[in-house]
Write a protein that binds this ligand. Sequence first.
Ligand code: FNR
Length: 346
Amino acid sequence: GRALALVNLRDAETAARQRLDPVYYDYFAGGAQDEVTVAANEAAYRRRSLLPRVLRGCGPPRLETTLLGQATSMPVLMAPTAFHRLAWPEAEVATARAAAAADVVMIAAMLSTVTVEEIAATGAALWFQLYIQPDLAFTESLVRRAEAAGCRALVVTVDSPALGRNERGDRNDFHDLPPGVFCANMGGAGHVRQVVLSPEISWSHVDWLRGITTLPILLKGVLHPADARLAVEHGVDGLVVSNHGGRQLDTTPASLDRLEPVAEAVAGRVPLLLDGGVRRGTDVAKALALGAAAVAIGRPVLWGLAIAGEPGVRRVLDLLRTELANALTLLGVAAPGDLTREQVVS
Ligand code: FNR
């Protein structure tokens, strides 16, 4: 069907745009204000070149990777994205089935439209994305649910002390979810608790979280090397170098441009993930060569979901996997971890 006709991830966006309500397409595609950062994320990959090695006789590359003890079939995760039911009726359940089929980690968003328990029932390997809520008793209840559901890490989003200013949403007057779509983790039938993005959240909350759970904790949305150092000092197990796909503070640098400064600050003490603008196998290769242990993709998963549900997401993952294997072969490396810094040039 349609999903199989896709040749690359850009086709997926084109096909999804044709299918989606324009208001929801704008919600998924858009970023903050002028979308300078949205554009910068992808442009940063195009600005860099790859330098292959030749005659190494490596054979076909092996893409399997282990991240914080979690085995995955390739160094690509699903970034947490809210409200999958706007893209497809089976919502996050369809996404999770695709993750399970492809053997990749899905970072399940706190703001999912089915519960984390329903997502976990698919058998997918899950990490749970958390916005720390000022109501710590409620936050702890979410952590306990994620633990009980089998999530194997917490990804705490720290770039959201407030919501970024999405002007497409303003123009479209898109401020409320349609009937039947709600944040399923935030309450039972009837009353649904509002998510709070609070500027009061601080390192003391990270310390508190560190004290209540033994799950690995990653901070998502770190761009400054000083914050990366602080994160390690506060016992964090990993970082996601991210500007939230350009949806929070506009005119932040491309995430790829922050990878090396953060890697230098962290000095190998914790693994780094990177998200924002990854659309090609060559993009993945560049991120890995510059110090990421893995990357995550946000919008491309939503495009696959909007096109065909689970098979659409599988197709997106298959395309990226094939591209990554091809890129590594042409680069002359046998595995993602064999890429070296000097194989990326400006
Ligand atoms: C997001 N992202 C996000 N991040 C997060 O921590 N919690 C969330 O609820 C959401 N929700 C969300 C919704 C939508 C529609 C998008 C596009 C993104 C950010 C996401 O995790 C990731 O950082 C970016 O999507 C990565 O950039 P690309 O791959 O979309 O370019």
